[in-house]
Design a protein around this ligand. Sequence first.
Ligand code: NAI
Length: 363
Amino acid sequence: MFARSTAARTLARRAFSSSARAERKVAVLGAGGGIGQPMSLLLKTDPLVTSLSLYDIRGAPGVAADISHVNTKASCKGYEQADIGSALKGAEVVVIPAGVPRKPGMTRDDLFVSYLLTLSLLSPLTSPLPSLPRLRQNTNASIVRDLAKACAEHCPKAMICIISNPVNSTVPIFAEVFKKAGVFDPKRLFGVTTLDVVRASTFLSGIQGTDPKDTRVTVVGGHSGVTIVPLLSQTEIAKGVSGQAYKDLVKRIQFGGDEVVQAKAGTGSATLSMGYAGATFVNSLIRGMNGEKNVVEPTFVKSPLYESEGVEYFSSNVELGANGVEKIHPVGQLSAEEQELLNACLPDLKKNIAKGVEFAKSS
Ligand code: NAI
């Protein structure tokens, strides 16, 4: 899965040689969860990762002990609760899958706050209500806000990759906390939308009988329902998919996450495919940080593309470099159908972003 190009393979080889080895410490916050565990395992097998720091409010030391026996070079240590400072110290990349996943019938937006919002305003690290399950006290908005505070304090220069949903709102929350702390660098904050691209590639290649690895589909917008906009007209392989087949494919890419939520019947959402997507994104990010050129991944970042329409964050193809975002690619030529999809995406995205900003400002 890693090292797709020749240059990447060269870099990966160099990463094993001690002289050229760039130290890349990756911290995973929420490492004990459904996504955190497989993603951490994949990161342990990535030759570009030299040190793994696994943090969760529970279970991370056990996960780290297990993963640390895998015979790859990266060191691996687990941390719990009060140890978040040690977990984040020196981290250059922080990946955040901490939070509550969806159950059948829920949208990603439903994960934002719960009926226990007032309790959630208490920090998970200092809550005086240990007898209540912590996940009920802290929905994803407050979990991400509190983790952002910890990152602002302990690793303000790290590249931050947000997986916790709703990504359309949690990325703005993270940004606002960093702004308040005076450490916000828009080039270093990423919403991970890789799974949408992974799904688009799988679903399209399933229809056309192609190898998914050669079937790259650009997906732009946000990461939920109609804010997910696949640009199939830009992929030669999608030519010929039209009419109802096209509509069905678009819908499946937009709502593919629901298939997993339903199949798991209340026990969670996508974890294994997300673990793969998260580790893929981190590998690309580190390749860019290590100086490899032309590393492009779609990701939800602070973007000028639709700022004039009040949409401050947007996912499009982004070139990754030493300092994070190197270049934000425009969406390119759209078909009439794609323009319609984009028209439906932007108002929703704008609302999701505003909700995140408002939450961060008022809490
Ligand atoms: P999970 O419930 O299996 O794991 C979440 C983990 O976060 C748990 O181990 C929990 O203890 C931990 N956690 C909770 N509060 C924490 C805190 N304050 N600090 C550190 N850790 C904390 O959930 P799962 O399935 O791993 O999903 C995690 C998140 O990822 C959900 O919000 C889900 O919606 C989202 N997700 C995002 C996707 C994307 O494409 N960006 C795709 C699939 C899921």
